[in-house]
Design a protein around this ligand. Sequence first.
Ligand code: CMX
Length: 441
Amino acid sequence: MGIIKDRFKAQADKIAAEIKDLLKEHGNKKIGEVNLSQIYQGMRGMTGLVSETSLLDAQEGIRFRGYSIPELQKKLPKAPKGTEPLPEGLFHLMLIGELPTEEDVHHITSTWQRRSHVPNHVFAAIEALPVATHPMTQFVIAIMALQTESQFSKRYAEGMNKKDYWEAVFDDTMDLIARLPRVAAYIYRRKYKKEDHIHPNGLLDWAGNFAHMLGYEDETFKELMRLYMTIHADHEGGNVSAHTTHLVGSALSDPYLSFAAGMNGLAGPLHGLANQEVIKWILEMRSALDTELPSKEQIADYVQKTLNEGKVVPGYGHAVLRKTDPRFTAQMEFGKKHLPDDPLVQTVWNIYETVPPILQSLGKIKNPWPNVDAHSGALLVHFGLVEYEFYTVLFGVSRALGVLSSLCWDRALGFPIERPKSVTTELVNLWLEGKAEIWGD
Ligand code: CMX
């Protein structure tokens, strides 16, 4: 086995034994109470999942295996002369639970380079779609076309022992992550650069090579990609893309099928697609007001207009967070360091000063603060990546790191098929009248 695989297996065996003891002693302990409103309102605040790779605190934001984003920016290995963390390092941390050495990160980079070959039929599947097809649809179809390569599905068909599931999921995880930048860059160059494709550069790190294949050689853009791929990777287990990948994987659908399902969820405008919606909204505002740098008063009026039209202000609000998203802050710091005079970036900052009090004044929005998607587009536009329909694909490539390392854990810990109980409103009414029982009550 490879070094990373051995370490993962050792770690998984240790944690599986710990969980066994924990459940033996505390398995009947109550973990929260479920209210009727929670089952009608998106299961908000209900603890119902285990996801080892990261944990979200409503006030503080995301921690990956205990480390905040600023801590990761200090502690994870960097590219030569770089200052942003390499996503390979975050993958190691999420998968194994320990900070990697430079050598570990180098090992992951070269493993992913070695495993990055994309078969021709995947490109043919993309080519079969009209160019106008949304990049997220093309991305999901390409992942589905790649499913022919799944080790898990092959080995399952050959009668694999359930003790080996983790290993086949691990192999698919490494292959899939290795291949995604090539697939995503192919979609981008096909749709926006007249099929002028760029070969991978085997000397670059995973995110640096992705930037290169997209057509960007600027070192600051490569640094942005490393930061972007790190901060979008995981947001604990309950968000739509992570939960969907986990849910579909629980049926022993292989990692390609599971990840494609998760990506369909990421493509929703209340989730990952919000990154394209934000920039679209800002560009529309600029054109409606006929100015590159709208004043805060103009922004406030435009926000009001958006709300009056029954639409959400994209990039603001969150189902769990109750403060400014540290992923927003990390991007704001990047902007301050590298492009403080960019009018679009300044507009994002002016929106940040304007929107929260307006949303707060409505009295119903639980979190008026910006999330990760409020900032990302403005940084990308600065470097010339203006094709905002592609932004969610970038998010998806990064999200693979978290949801697939979580899937390795799901199979290593032998989690069963997910199957919560549902009820009908008729049953709820009968239960409220004391005429029926609800299972588990
Ligand atoms: N603009 C306007 N209204 C908003 C709002 C926003 N940014 N955020 C929440 N609301 C509204 C909700 O639509 C809801 O209205 P109704 O009661 O009329 O249905 C009300 O405020 C209460 O919502 P909430 O409990 O505060 O928020 P939810 O947990 O239901 O939803 C989220 C969370 C992110 C879907 C929501 O804040 C939203 O739609 N934001 C805009 C889209 C966005 O930025 N999504 C990206 C999230 C990050 C990611 O996954 O990438």
